[in-house]
Design a binder for this molecule. Structure first.
Ligand SMILES: Cc1ncc(COP(=O)(O)O)c(C=O)c1O
Length: 339
């Protein structure tokens, strides 16, 4: 396949436009100056639209097209109580007039009242989703009984995995990388390093698949925010990227992928903010007027700031941070910001 065809290949896959793209690529000059390292560029995927934006919009554009192609009339998806994916799925369903069931598991030990009611939970309700909250232990049983009940009501269910991280969903980030490459080429911005928060593997799988598809030479560095063992995340990214290769052999992408994950900013667990993350969120807010979140994008930002402070990126002129969204959860984490 010629490189021109490669660049437009993902455009030929069924997709419904649900948000805004291309998202802006902005220099963070005050933050870059404060840190004294490379120039930081922010890919504003927090501005994708769909109920405050975030990385799930791009995945849902492909997932919802797939659901409609399968004539589904009911969407079921999964996540933590403060899942951004759940909120964005609820918004996509509202926009398309589809009933949406969210099975949310209590997997985060953040024992504050706001966690169960504010942030994404408030928005899920506003968006009209049917919310089912389950303990982590019961979630498999609850899933079974929910699917059985819906099937009994003659629903044609389209199940979206947690984080929208199927091969179809991950395609959204292949498209994002192509969009970013055009922006960088037009403005002469270096693409040696792209950093982002990584959890259910779909964002990074889509990016690394895109790196092979587009022949992009730079490094894609996922900051692990979800898996206690980072090898699990690496394996999932690799498996998902390989699944994409198998599903779309016409893309002519091989089966080897460069998967880089940094685990140093994980802290005490998924959904538990670190001190460095809270400091990074404050820095971005006060130097750039930007909102990051304490679960995902704030940990990626904390990683970037620390790596620059350590001098590890001194050899670079530019570094790109993908802002994957998440600020909708800030209100749920009000207790993390006590002075
Ligand atoms: C705001 C935000 N950033 C990053 C991620 C990580 O993306 P992925 O699950 O595709 O690894 C998620 C979702 O899990 C998210 O909600």
């Amino acid at each position: 396949m010629s490189s021109t065809n490669n660049k437009t290949w993902f455009d030929q896959q069924p997709r419904i436009e649900l948000g805004q793209s291309p998202t802006p690529l902005e220099p963070l000059d005050r933050l870059s100056e404060e840190l004294g390292g490379p120039r930081i560029w922010l890919k504003r995927d927090d501005c994708t639209g769909l109920a405050t934006g975030g990385n799930k919009t791009r995945k849902l554009e492909y997932l919802m097209a797939d659901a409609l192609a399968q004539e589904a009339n009911c969407i079921v998806t999964y996540g933590a109580v403060q899942s951004n994916h759940a909120r964005q799925t609820a918004a996509a369903c509202a926009k398309l007039g589809l009933p949406c069931h969210l099975l949310l598991s209590e997997r985060v030990d953040w024992p504050h009242d706001s966690y169960a009611h504010q942030g994404n939970m408030l928005l899920d309700r506003l968006l009209g989703a049917q919310i089912h909250v389950s303990s982590l232990d019961d979630v498999t049983e609850r899933r079974k009984s929910l699917l059985t009940k819906l099937a009994g009501q003659d629903k044609r269910i389209y199940e979206i995995p947690a984080g929208g991280s199927s091969a179809v969903g991950a395609l959204g980030y292949t498209r994002c990388l192509a969009e970013l490459m055009v922006q960088c080429r037009n403005r002469n911005i270096g693409t040696d390093l792209i950093v982002h928060a990584s959890a259910s593997a779909g964002t990074q799988a889509g990016l690394v698949f895109g790196k092979s598809l587009l022949g992009m030479p730079g490094q894609i560095l996922g900051i692990n925010v979800f898996h206690p063992d980072p090898q699990t995340l690496k394996d999932r990214i690799l498996t998902l990227a390989q699944t994409m290769s198998e599903r779309w052999p016409d893309a002519a992408v091989g089966k080897t992928f460069q998967v880089d994950v940094n685990h140093a900013y994980f802290g005490d667990g998924y959904g538990l903010p670190t001190r460095a993350c809270i400091n990074a969120i404050r820095m971005a807010a006060q130097l750039e007027g930007l909102l990051f979140d304490p679960v995902y994008s704030g940990k990626a930002l904390a990683a970037l700031i620390d790596q620059i402070n350590l001098g590890n990126f001194n050899h670079l002129t530019d570094v790109i941070l993908v802002h994957t969204g998440g600020s909708a959860s800030l209100g749920a984490y009000i207790d993390a910001f006590d002075e």
